[in-house]
Design a protein. Structure first.
Length: 405
């Protein structure tokens, strides 16, 4: 039996309740759970989120229209309530997506980087208000002496984004090893001036998180990748999660290939075609770890259960650090804040911790509903999907409709 599949008893329960799978489901394990009477109080599972409910039907309709490919997972108290898989992991080899398929997370893996930093801070090896120059050599004094770890963690460092850097775009496809990726990235980042004085503004920065990954390696004495494997993935029981390399992405049938929408409207395999800057040899502190829906639920449980940080540092990691201005019009009932590595919005007086990601052929999001004991995961190997609409269908039954406050 696959390690991510639920026990036979769950499948038996599901069959006994005659829950029909929606049209278009290619792989559904018994985690599309209906009988929760022995696990949670009556009425705690919103009807919209059970198998066959409004959320389930909405995602199935998108998949039927080829507007979604991937997996969705909803869990309550660590137990699956709804688990679905749609589309193909590898169209060339006719491999379908399954509920345990591994997906590239894009920026949705940034919280792993922040968590690694907080673990080292808990050990007294990193000071969140220590300056960058105390941990990494080679940065100009104007950056080394003014940018702090806290600035990097909260996207307030003033650093820019390599995705807009011509040298990075020219070289990214030439790197062939994990150490080379880390070394060469830092060299390029060190040449870029700050875009604003540290602490005076908030602007999303991949450079900042790539730098944090390098700090983790320098302080821990391990590669960033080995550190995350040993101190985050392993203790959380995330058995399928890793920073897989591009060769592994091409050959391992457990990993979904990313399909990007080109200008002619066709879906192109971005890892085989080499399209997009995200197709480097391996991910970084800035993103593109790989995971599954089940593993991300395990991460949520381990984090909230104190398996990754002690209680004080768990709160430091998850709590709001600064308000975030909405990019567009303010959403009624929602107030957005930045935590360390993730956003920590308050939605109709409910505490959330969430992060999304997007790249060529990648659209991802996971949300921990802290005071509701829920977790929602959306992993897609399509880009340009209506991820916001899917999240809203997940969030509204739990937090309530948008309303003025």
């Amino acid at each position: 039996m696959n390690r991510d599949q639920p026990a036979t008893t769950r499948r038996t329960v599901l069959r006994s309740l005659s829950v029909a799978a929606p049209v278009g489901v290619l792989a559904v394990t018994g985690s599309a759970l209906a009988d929760t009477a022995d696990r949670v109080p009556a009425g705690r599972i919103p009807e919209d989120l059970i198998p066959g409910g409004a959320y389930d039907r909405f995602v199935a309709q998108l998949a039927a229209q080829d507007r979604f490919s991937g997996t969705v997972l909803l869990s309550h108290r660590g137990r699956p309530v709804l688990s679905r898989a749609y589309g193909m992991a590898d169209k060339e080899r006719s491999v379908p997506n399954r509920t345990d398929t591994i997906f590239a997370l894009a920026s949705a893996s940034k919280p792993f980087t922040a968590l690694a930093v907080l673990q080292l801070a808990q050990q007294g090896k990193i000071d969140c208000y220590g300056t960058l120059g105390a941990y990494l050599p080679g940065f100009p004094a104007a950056i080394a002496d003014t940018v702090t770890v806290h600035h990097l963690l909260t996207h307030t460092s003033g650093m820019g984004d390599l995705l807009n850097n011509s040298e990075f775009l020219e070289k990214v496809g030439t790197w062939t090893g994990a150490d080379e990726v880390t070394t060469e990235l830092v060299k390029i980042i060190q040449k870029q001036p700050l875009e604003f004085a540290p602490g005076t503004s908030n602007r999303y920065s991949n450079n900042g998180y790539d730098t944090l990954g390098a700090i983790v390696a320098a302080v821990s004495g391990q590669s960033f990748y080995e550190y995350v494997r040993q101190h985050i993935f392993a203790p959380a029981g995330m058995t399928r999660s890793d920073f897989y390399t591009r060769p592994q992405w091409l050959t391992d049938e457990r990993i979904a290939h990313p399909y990007t929408l080109n200008p002619s409207g066709q879906r192109i395999d971005a890892v085989r075609a080499g399209e997009g800057a995200a197709r480097m040899f391996i991910g970084t502190g800035g993103g593109n770890a790989f995971s599954t829906g089940s593993d991300l639920v395990r991460f949520a449980q381990a984090l909230q259960g104190g398996q990754l940080l002690n209680p004080a540092y768990t709160e430091l990691f998850m709590n709001a650090k600064l308000p975030m201005r909405p990019r567009g019009a303010a959403v009624p009932g929602v107030r957005s804040f930045m935590a360390y590595g993730a956003t920590a919005p308050i939605v109709n007086n409910h505490q959330l911790l969430t992060h999304g990601g997007g790249a060529a052929g990648e659209s991802t999001n996971w949300t921990i509903y802290r005071d509701l004991n829920w977790c929602g995961v959306i992993l897609s190997n399509y880009d340009q999907i209506d991820l916001t609409a899917i999240i809203d269908k997940e969030r509204t039954p739990l937090c309530g409709p948008r309303k003025g406050i």
